[in-house]
Write a protein that binds this ligand. Structure first.
Ligand code: SF4
Ligand code: SF4
Length: 346
């Protein structure tokens, strides 16, 4: 067997899906189109480093063969890698004699390697670290009040001000699951930065890619015009604004309304669903019960009502006027060309 030598033109993506999660972000990864994960790993995009994806659900290798490069990374022998965490980090101090989450077996002890141990081994040497999904970013569903695991987001586990080996903060990509293209677009930006083609990924004050989280779900929503006219849906079988059915879109940072879910189509409100705030640190506790209209939505709807009724009426009047073709385009008789029509062949 030839000795393993890391390559300078290669970046490994170590996808640790053994946090407390549901693999929904892995499913998202397979749904991305701009770019797709195939584009990234097959080298379709010029100028990028070669990408080697190590994903427990997508890799051809299994068992010890699959884990070989993970152990190399832990020993600092793999070369540059991006560590992606999916799922929240449990507090193993609360797990008693067992453990909450683990991945693979330690050859030295024969014992499962806990997810926290993998993070401790791999995060310090990672070129970049990405928290994929709300669980990894903030704890998500598993970190609900009263949960027994003490689940938390990666930034809470690694601590304030944590930086990767290259000096980058954790890149948070919330969403339950993360929007597919948000994931691959961020990976693409990281790879372009690695190749020296762009500067560091611009992050906002919550360590999220700035250009992906600078709109609210409402600002990109196809139903927003109904909201300003106070045209509110009373049931889900409606194309009107969903505010009174419990939608939190006006106060939630999310680009799904603007960019759709896959290939620019779909997305929560587009297919009739309310926004339940799944990209936000307070999700899910702050947004429950999901189907109850939030107080701010009800108040805004009531305050807007007189304004909306007037706007709707004026727009209907203007719309009706604009539907009529101008008078001068409708001649009183059909014009002729002055030629005699040729009869059709018999
Ligand atoms: Fe699943 Fe949502 Fe957690 Fe991702 S963020 S692991 S989709 S529960
Ligand atoms: Fe989540 Fe709301 Fe965005 Fe849908 S619109 S993905 S529920 S934050």
């Amino acid at each position: 067997m030839s000795a393993f030598r890391p390559r300078d033109d290669e970046v490994h993506i170590l996808w640790l899906s053994a946090g407390l999660g549901c693999d929904g972000d892995s499913v998202s990864l397979t749904a991305a189109t701009q770019p797709s994960i195939e584009d990234l790993v097959l080298g379709s995009l010029p100028g990028l480093p070669r990408v080697r994806l190590h994903h427990p659900l997508l890799d051809f290798e299994v068992g010890d063969d699959f884990l070989r490069d993970w152990h190399r990374a832990a020993r600092g022998e793999l070369g540059a890698y991006i560590l992606v965490l999916e799922g929240s980090v449990p507090n193993e101090e609360l797990s008693g004699e067992g453990y909450w989450a683990a991945f693979g077996t330690d050859p030295a002890t024969g014992q499962p390697i806990r997810t926290c141990e993998w993070i401790d081994r791999l995060a310090p040497g990672a070129w970049a670290v990405l928290a994929a999904g709300t669980c990894a970013a903030y704890g998500g569903i598993h970190a609900m009040e009263g949960n027994p695991t003490g689940a938390m987001g990666l930034a809470d586990y690694l601590g304030d001000g944590w930086r990767s080996a290259s000096g980058m903060p954790i890149v948070n990509l919330p969403g339950c699951p993360v929007k597919p293209d948000n994931l691959t677009e961020t990976l693409l930006q990281l790879l372009m930065h690695r190749a020296g083609l762009v500067a560091e990924v611009p992050l906002d004050e919550m360590s999220r890619p700035r250009w992906l989280f600078n709109v609210t779900a409402r600002e990109g929503c196809g139903r927003a015009g109904h909201n300003e006219q106070t045209d509110f849906a009373a049931s889900y079988n409606s194309g009107a604004c969903l505010a009174k059915l419990g939608c939190w879109g006006p106060v939630v940072d999310c680009n799904v309304g603007r960019r759709g879910w896959m290939s620019g189509i779909g997305g929560c409100a587009a297919v009739g669903g309310i926004c339940i705030g799944c990209t936000m640190p307070g999700f899910p506790d702050r947004f429950m019960p999901f189907m109850d209209p939030p107080l701010n939505g009800r108040l805004t709807a009531d305050l807007l009502r007189p304004h909306g009724a007037a706007v709707r009426t004026l727009r209907m009047i203007t719309n009706a006027a604009l539907r009529i073709e101008p008078e001068w385009r409708r001649p009183t008789r059909r014009p002729t060309t002055g030629t005699t029509p040729v009869p059709p062949p018999s």
